[in-house]
Write a protein that binds this ligand. Structure first.
Ligand code: T3D
Length: 267
């Protein structure tokens, strides 16, 4: 049987494909575990970029509601305490979002179809999000009586502002990919047939980039929403000190002066 997560190791980068198309790539325990393991592997120096996508007509429909329904039924049957969903969030979603944000290399997300619930917010945690023109983003949580998790209440207002974030979260209405791009929720919409190719080109290009500099850019941007200007200026100074001592900086300057493409090694 094919794995629920396809891991394709390329030269210096990895493609991770959620692969439960019959459940719209909804996340169950096994897929959570496979994803965590793959992202651990991606943290290795030999991997310099990651592409995350899904098979079939969805990117990811969030938590497998079948699993949630079984737990709720058991609660009704036995009269025991309801399952604590915060446990799943703490065990799987929070570590996943932290892994993506803290990974010291770019994570490209190719949203190939609907991204709902935690699936939408996993996409938003990635560094560069491309979406198929037919894709849509759904904060599906309120529709089943839940609260956005996986960083939704953090990313949404920062990316698109309070008014739009509140309406999306409270109404749970689908947001078409083109509107998501127009609002600045994602980087780019691509025609459906071209999405995979464009996303692969982008990930391959990033994998040939100055990986340490890209990691520090990510670190600075991650920090900026919590920092004031002074703290952010200090952080930029510190990171620039580090970047300025790397072989890739030397190579970048040399390549510029010699009018040739830089050959970055990620060091
Ligand atoms: O402890 C915790 O776990 C808390 C953490 C929660 C994190 C979360 O993500 S909560 C939110 C969970 N996700 C949802 O509520 C989304 C549910 N799905 C939908 O709203 C819709 O399916 C979509 C908007 C994503 C797509 O709609 P549509 O009309 O294109 O497809 P569909 O017909 O609804 O779904 C197709 C099949 O996929 C269908 O199965 P069937 O009838 O063909 O056998 C459907 O049941 C299944 N499916 C869709 N989403 C899920 C799912 N199966 C399991 N889990 C899902 N999330």
């Amino acid at each position: 049987m094919e794995s629920e997560l396809l891991v394709d190791r390329r030269e210096g980068w990895m493609v991770l494909t959620l692969n439960r198309p019959e459940r719209l790539n909804a996340l169950n325990e096994k897929l959570h575990r496979l994803l965590a393991e793959a992202l651990e592997e991606a943290a290795h120096e030999s991997c310099r970029a990651v592409l995350l996508t899904g098979t079939g007509r969805a990117f990811c429909a969030g938590e497998d509601v079948g699993g949630l329904a079984l737990a709720a039924a058991e609660f009704q049957r036995s009269g025991a305490l309801p399952p604590d969903l915060g446990v799943t969030v703490e065990a799987h979603y929070n570590p996943l979002i932290r892994r993506i944000r803290r990974l010291r290399k770019p994570v490209v997300c190719a949203v190939n179809g609907v991204a709902a619930g935690a699936g939408a917010n996993i996409a938003l945690a990635c560094d560069i999000v491309l979406a198929a023109r037919s894709a849509k983003f759904v904060q599906a949580f309120a529709s089943i009586g839940l609260v956005p998790d996986s960083g939704g209440t953090f990313f949404l207002p920062r990316l698109i502002g309070e008014a739009r974030a509140r309406a999306l979260a409270l109404l749970g209405e689908p947001l078409p990919a083109e509107t998501a791009q127009a609002w600045g929720l994602i980087w780019q919409v691509v025609d459906d047939g071209a999405l995979r190719g464009e996303a692969e080109k982008l990930a391959a290009r990033l994998a040939k980039g100055p990986t340490l500099s890209l990691a520090w850019i990510k670190e600075a941007l991650n920090a900026s929403s919590a920092n004031d200007l002074d703290a952010q200026l200090d952080l930029e100074r510190n990171l620039q000190s580090l970047a300025g001592r790397t072989p890739d900086y030397r190579e970048g300057v040399l390549a510029f002066l010699e009018k040739r493409p830089a050959n970055f090694t990620g060091r």
